[in-house]
Design a protein around this ligand. Structure first.
Ligand SMILES: Cc1ncc(COP(=O)(O)O)c(C=O)c1O
Length: 389
């Protein structure tokens, strides 16, 4: 069969491949401790599930407007305005099945041949994939451990050219858990405003923050009109399987993203949007509890990994990932990923799943119990004795 050229440029998300391999091993009787997939490990709060059930019972099982139902868009606008100190209207909000479509639609709508897009490397792999898909030029900005895996603002400045169309940021960050400081965000916003560049700001981990308050680039001078904000319900409310997310964008772009929804999904599921309203307007105690538990798990895994000869690990400020350095072991990240899965029964991801600057690192999503974390650490400690360092 013949396929279009752009399909050859589309990338993948390795987490799903490793999950499939880990499940295959499990089905053949092996015990696997899972650290590969980006889920909180908690259940969706009960009141959100109840709202979905009630919406089905009330007959909310039909098509809805392509950009989302007004009460949900209004609830999102209210939430965004109060948390980010901006003044956007429901017309800037587009609801989609998950946050991911906003990445795809936002880049398709704004970038094409010869446009340059600066993106974090290591970073969420779908960004580079979509930049290549639309034929734009991906320009990686390395995130270095020496800089706590944050962007270096002078380096960012040096990467900007007349063709830079977009800068993509993600804070708290997948895969490193790093968080951009207020000063970083100010520096990025000044570069964007001075050079007329759009900023995609992926804030899906904003509620999973262990220190300080979440800051959004959207709140800085001149930024609301040039920010494509990506957010959603998957991480905050443990709703990955529901598929509910949204973009907050300038109104003329909202119109184009709505057209892309019409051409692809038609709309986001009706009863799920109503469950989203219950999430935004309901109590946050279960989310707070989850974040406190994730913090305990972060502390356990950081301490454990740092106790292993040849491995060192920074303590991330947000999200639910650690990105330990394995450069003292004489093994590549891909080889170590395979070694851990096949020999040790631990599913984690090679740092290179997140771009070439991830070499020398591994990503662990620590969404499992402290007992499992401690067991995994002991197993790795034993196993690395086999590897030269
Ligand atoms: C940085 C980042 N953005 C977006 C997503 C996708 O979120 P959703 O499940 O809402 O599509 C993920 C999922 O892992 C992510 O890590």
């Amino acid at each position: 069969m013949k396929f279009s050229k752009c399909m050859g440029r589309l990338g993948e998300e390795t987490a799903f491949k490793v999950l499939a391999k880990a499940k295959f091993l499990e089905n053949s009787g092996r015990e696997i401790i899972h650290f590969e997939i980006g889920e909180t490990g908690f259940d969706t709060p009960e009141h959100i599930c109840e709202a979905a059930k009630q919406a089905i019972d009330e007959g909310y099982t039909h098509y809805e407007p392509a950009n989302g139902i007004l009460p949900l868009r209004e609830a999102i606008a209210e939430d965004v305005n109060s948390r980010r100190k901006v003044n956007i209207s429901a017309d800037s909000v587009v609801v989609t099945p998950g946050a991911k479509p906003i990445m795809f639609f936002g880049i398709i709508a704004c970038c094409e041949n010869d446009d340059e897009v600066i993106y974090q490397n290591p970073g969420f792999p779908i960004f580079e994939s979509v930049i290549r898909f639309v034929g734009a030029k991906p320009v990686p900005i390395p995130l270095r451990e020496e800089n706590e895996f944050r962007m270096d603002i002078d380096e960012l400045k040096s990467l900007v050219t007349k063709r830079t169309r977009m800068i993509i940021i993600n804070s708290p960050h997948n895969p490193t858990g790093s968080v951009l400081t207020e000063e970083d965000l100010k520096g990025i916003s000044e570069i964007a405003v001075n050079n007329d560049i759009l900023v995609v700001s992926d804030e899906v981990y904003k509620d999973i923050l262990f220190e300080g308050e979440h800051k959004s680039i959207m709140s800085f001078d001149g930024m609301t009109e040039r920010t494509i904000l990506i957010d959603g319900f998957s991480k905050t409310f443990s709703m990955t399987g529901w598929r509910l997310g949204y973009g907050v964008v300038p109104e003329e772009l909202a119109h184009h993203i709505t057209k892309l929804m019409v051409n692809s999904n038609s709309c986001t599921a009706s009863f799920i949007q109503r469950a989203g309203i219950a999430g935004l307007k309901g109590p946050m105690d279960e989310v707070d509890y989850m974040v406190s538990k994730l913090k305990e798990r972060r502390d356990a895994i950081v301490k454990g990994l740092n106790s292993i000869d040849g491995i060192s690990c920074l303590k991330p400020k947000g999200a639910f990932y650690v990105f330990p350095n394995i450069k003292n072991l004489v093994i590549t990240s891909d080889e170590f990923e395979n070694f851990l899965l096949e020999k040790v029964g631990i599913a984690a991801l090679s740092g290179t799943s997140f771009g070439s600057y991830g070499e020398g690192y591994l990503r662990f999503a620590y969404c499992t119990s402290i007992e499992n974390i401690d067991r995994a650490v002991e197993k790795i400690k034993d196993a690395v004795k086999e590897i030269k360092h």
